[in-house]
Design a binder for this molecule. Structure first.
Ligand SMILES: Cc1ncc(COP(=O)(O)O)c(C=O)c1O
Length: 400
């Protein structure tokens, strides 16, 4: 009998973290590697947020706080939901944790029994199927190919719902595709959900502020208020505020669910760091001008990467509405041979080839549940992105 608990056998380690680790190892061996694997802005946390963190330490914010954070942070989150999403929450409807990932983890631990089904549109963020799997939850994966702009259609949702469905996961703009659901898209899904009142919705809005061109962000409880009593509206500081390492995520939801998630957290991580909470208050209540200027850079990079990848033989790359990822198809290189004579059988072979031959680290689509694709994060310096795309073009041209 293994010392390690059986439940871990249903869970895979994060493929995106594994790719970044492999890229770091090759770079440490002296290889010239460009890593496009990590989902993290390359911009530093803005100064006014860092200053708020420093001041909090000087003011003695070094002790325990409440499980769901300080009243100041809860109020800043309540104000954010009202300002950005038109959603009203009270303090007892707010959960705060060490990032968006633990918010989802707490929600799943609080609600999922073995055999419960979780509907997950694919491609999906790598952690979605694995977090419920800790608790015996079964993922029902719904394929959302590029022909449908990587978005789940209402009839697909209807067909996926069973009496065992507990949760639907929604993520817009999406990791890994950058695709965003419009108000009309969400309304069409909401109409299905109104017919199935046992289904709860976990909406991951962590890329809310990272949208380009004239895309307008909406979240489902805003589009259909009747769903608010069974929706967990998740968000966090990591992406738009460039605060990945501070570890703050939050959610608004019904009191009963928040209470259960709080119980989980009270016996696990307790709460996120007091200093991070103070910095998050400054971020949420302060000027958001830096997001506009960061987004102008992200948009330029997105356009560069989309254009250069579409010039690579065998690749085809749609233009996404948001986040900082593109998810090109590599269907046109499958079956081709590398200069070393190896046949590219799938997207994992292709990203391995790009890493070994050209030193470009990307993540294979099978990790996100939809092949043959790969994910590139363009949250990387523009000159490096240009270099990486030239290498990818060269790698594709060398296939026969
Ligand atoms: C879709 C999505 N949700 C949640 C997270 C988790 O963010 P955090 O770092 O706040 O835990 C990520 C991070 O990559 C993400 O891409």
């Amino acid at each position: 009998m293994s010392f390690i608990a059986d439940r871990l056998s249903a869970v895979k380690p994060s493929a995106t973290i594994a790719v970044s680790q492999k890229a770091r190892e090759l770079a440490a061996e002296g290889r010239n590697i460009i890593s496009l694997g990590a989902g993290e802005p390359d911009f530093d946390t803005p100064d006014h947020i860092i200053e708020a963190g420093k001041k909090a330490l000087d003011d003695g914010m070094t002790r325990y706080t409440g499980i769901n954070g300080t009243p100041e942070l809860q109020d800043a989150i309540i104000a954010k939901y009202k300002r950005d999403n038109g959603l009203e929450y009270t303090r007892d409807q707010i959960h705060v944790s060490c990032g968006g990932k633990p918010v989802i983890f707490n929600a799943m631990m609080a609600t999922v029994n073995p055999g419960d089904e979780i509907i997950i549109p694919a491609p999906y963020w790598v952690s979605y199927p694995d977090i419920p799997a800790f608790f015996g939850g079964e993922s029902v994966i719904v394929d959302c190919p590029p022909e449908a702009d990587f978005k789940m259609q209402p009839e697909q949702l209807e067909a996926a719902i069973t009496p065992k469905t507990k949760w639907l996961f929604l993520n817009s703009p999406s990791n890994p595709t950058g695709a965003g659901y419009s108000e009309e898209d969400l309304k069409a899904l909401a109409d299905v959900l109104l017919r199935h009142d046992h289904v709860w919705i976990m909406t991951d809005d962590i890329y809310e502020h990272l949208v380009y061109d004239d895309f307008k962000f909406f979240t489902i409880a805003q589009v259909e208020p009747k769903l608010k009593s069974r929706t967990l509206t998740m968000n966090g500081m990591s992406k738009a505020y460039c605060m990945t390492g501070w570890r703050v995520g939050f959610a608004g939801g019904p009191v009963e669910l928040i209470k259960a998630m709080t119980k989980v957290q009270s016996q696990s991580i307790s709460h996120t760091a007091a200093v991070s909470q103070a910095a998050s208050v400054a971020a949420l209540n302060g000027s958001h001008d830096f997001i506009k200027s960061n987004n102008a850079v992200f948009k330029e990079r997105r356009d560069l990467v989309v254009s250069m990848l579409n010039q690579a033989t065998g690749l085809s790359c749609p233009t996404p509405e948001g986040a900082f990822y593109v998810y090109p198809s590599c269907a046109g290189v499958i079956g081709k041979k590398t200069p070393a004579g190896k046949v590219i059988e799938n997207d994992e072979d292709f990203v391995t080839y790009m890493l070994e031959e050209e030193g470009v680290a990307a993540v294979h689509g099978s990790a996100f549940g939809l092949s043959p694709h790969f994910r590139i994060s363009y949250a990387t310096a523009t000159d490096l992105l240009e270099d990486a795309c030239q290498r990818i073009q060269r790698a594709c041209a060398a296939l026969t």
